[in-house]
Ligand binder design. Structure first.
Ligand SMILES: NC(=O)C1=CN([C@@H]2O[C@H](COP(=O)(O)OP(=O)(O)OC[C@H]3O[C@@H](n4cnc5c(N)ncnc54)[C@H](O)[C@@H]3O)[C@@H](O)[C@H]2O)[C@@H](O)CC1
Ligand SMILES: [K+]
Length: 525
């Protein structure tokens, strides 16, 4: 499937589904058959070839596959899966529906199963029997709702979701874990899946901080949507502005460094940050820059001499006016903010203004983000110049959800539910590349495109790893990589370094991470 890395809203996916049927004349039953059969093949592989269930849930190897079908086409997909499972004659299976009955398309699928000799349980009529069935399932297939859900799941479907989650059996959701929607509320009833078999394009709600933990492993199948439809829909904006794409961290690598490079060619990174008690942060940013490939790193720190000292390769100076000017004149990229707890808005205004007068790419992190306001960027001469010439932004912001929420006057919870518009807006307001850090990390360009990096690595959730990321982004900018590409590459390398180190060493510290980064960035085998 082409364009399979695009992340769409459910609303846009539903538009494409409609256009495939109504404009191109592809019968819905054909799409449903393709989707259901493809999804069954994925599930069979999971059940048999890999010999594992998707998660460490209690599974009953001899138990049935229990297909829970809602009234819409999502239920229809699940019933097509049930038919293909039935035809293989080696899986005991059961079907659960609700009293409200099935819509026409799902009903047609159920009718085939009925004639094949299957019976079904109705949730509202026999809740005890359904709970027992779910508890003894080898796998539950969740087809209660997909892109057609409007509002939070209501009524008896919410109760069935609760029973599925409580069963302890592994759950494979069709298209979306039921209950997922574009604008969710954290309290919504929703299935917690171990495997999500997406029919067609990936949905954005799977890759939010709220959604991702409940989606499990994500696999895509292609029901046969022509890619021209999705291109037209995304190109026209449709009901979901801005392009959001899933990126594979392995596709992003730093620029090769020529064999005869000297340390000046590899880039000079200046870091300004630190205060008494938070002296480690700017040094970790410095290490991130060094292990990310920078030739030289200078740190201007407000911390006490020697505080947080971690590597003699770093050139560390006190944060005085003279040293700030020195670093501005020397560096090829600047990182401002790690541990900068004593700084005020004037400090940031002056530094940012001077850096941008010198056309230095700037990474703002941590305390610098707390001090940032749009006027500081808009006043800055380089931004207006870049805007006039249509040039690239050379400002990178690296907030975590708390920092971005404070910048926007919303809550981290809002961002966890639906970060897309907030990210796009922030990138536009600040004419900056915005990196929203988390178990899923998103990088927004000022032009509205968003790159998403999946692959949560809990070991990365430790003090100082964000400082290392900021330093790394600075190093890539200092080596001449354009800001958006530098930010995306930094996120990719950082994630890969964390995953590699976690697989070898388990938990680690930010300093260990910087070293692992050196292996990944420097191309060690
Ligand atoms: N053309 C097709 O037949 C295709 C359908 N597909 C599947 O179809 C799904 C979309 O199907 P639909 O648009 O029929 O809708 P869904 O099956 O996603 O779910 C909506 C159904 O749930 C009910 N519902 C809506 N809001 C509710 C609420 N708040 N509480 C309780 N019940 C609610 C409605 O009765 C509706 O029928 C996709 O997610 C995908 O699984 C895809 O597989 C591709 C092809
Ligand atoms: K579902």
């Amino acid at each position: 499937m082409n364009e399979q890395d695009l992340l769409l809203s459910s609303a846009l996916m539903a538009d494409i589904d409609r256009a495939a049927r109504e404009e191109l004349g592809i019968p819905g039953v054909v799409l449903m058959e393709n989707a259901g059969r493809g999804a069954w093949e994925v599930l069979r592989r999971v059940l048999q070839e890999e010999g594992t269930t998707p998660a460490e849930r209690k599974t009953s190897p001899e138990g049935p596959l229990v297909f829970c079908a809602g009234p819409g086409n999502n239920g229809g997909d699940a019933l097509v899966m049930a038919r293909w499972a039935f035809l293989e004659e080696q899986f005991p299976l059961a079907v659960v529906t609700s009293r409200a009955g099935l819509g026409a398309a799902a009903e047609a699928q159920w009718e085939i199963l009925r004639r094949l000799g299957l019976s079904r349980l109705v949730w509202e009529e026999e809740p005890g029997a359904v709970r027992e069935l779910l508890g003894g399932a080898r796998m539950i297939v969740d087809g209660l709702s997909g892109t057609g859900l409007s509002g939070a799941l209501r009524g008896s479907a919410a109760g069935l979701v609760e029973a599925m989650n409580a069963s302890g059996a592994p759950i494979a959701s069709v298209d979306l874990p039921s209950g997922f929607r574009d604008d969710p509320d954290p309290g919504d009833p929703r299935v917690r899946a171990d495997l999500t078999i997406v029919t067609g394009y990936l949905k954005r709600s799977l890759f939010t901080a709220l959604g991702r933990p409940g989606a499990g492993r994500i696999v895509q199948v292609d029901p046969g949507f022509p890619p021209s439809l999705v291109r037209a829909a995304v190109g026209s904006g449709g009901s979901s502005p801005s392009q959001v794409r899933l990126r594979n961290p392995r596709d992003l690598t730093p620029r090769p460094v020529p064999a005869d490079a000297h340390k000046g060619v590899r880039g000079k990174v200046g870091v300004v940050g630190g205060a008494p008690g938070t002296g480690g942060a700017p040094l970790l940013a410095g290490l991130g820059a060094l292990y990310g490939g920078a030739g030289m790193v200078r740190v201007c720190t407000g911390a006490a001499p020697g505080e947080g000292w971690c590597d003699p390769s770093l050139m560390v100076k006190a944060d005085t006016r003279e040293n700030r000017t020195g670093i501005l004149d020397w560096a090829s990229a600047l990182v401002i903010g790690p541990g900068w707890t004593d700084a005020g808005r004037d400090d940031l205004r002056d530094l940012l203004g001077e850096a941008r007068q010198r056309s230095l790419p700037v990474v703002l992190d941590a305390q610098a983000l707390r001090l940032l306001e749009p006027a500081l960027v808009v006043e800055s001469p380089q931004v207006s110049g870049a805007e006039k010439s249509g040039g690239e932004a050379s400002l990178i912001l690296t907030p975590h959800p708390g920092e971005l929420a404070a910048m926007l006057g919303c809550t981290p919870r809002d961002l966890a539910c639906n970060p897309w518009e907030a990210l796009r807006k922030t990138a536009e307001i600040y004419a900056a590349v915005v990196v929203l850090k988390g178990s899923v990390t998103c990088v927004a360009d000022p032009d509205g495109r968003i790159s998403v990096f999946d692959g949560g690595c809990p070991a990365l959730a430790t003090a100082g790893t964000g400082d290392v990321l900021a330093g790394l982004a600075g190093a890539l900018c200092a080596a001449g990589t354009e800001a958006a590409e530098a930010a995306r590459t930094a996120v990719a390398l950082h994630l890969r370094a964390g995953q590699r180190l976690a697989s070898r060493a388990g938990w680690f510290t930010a300093r260990d991470l910087a070293r692992s980064l050196g292996e990944i960035s420097g191309g060690a085998p």
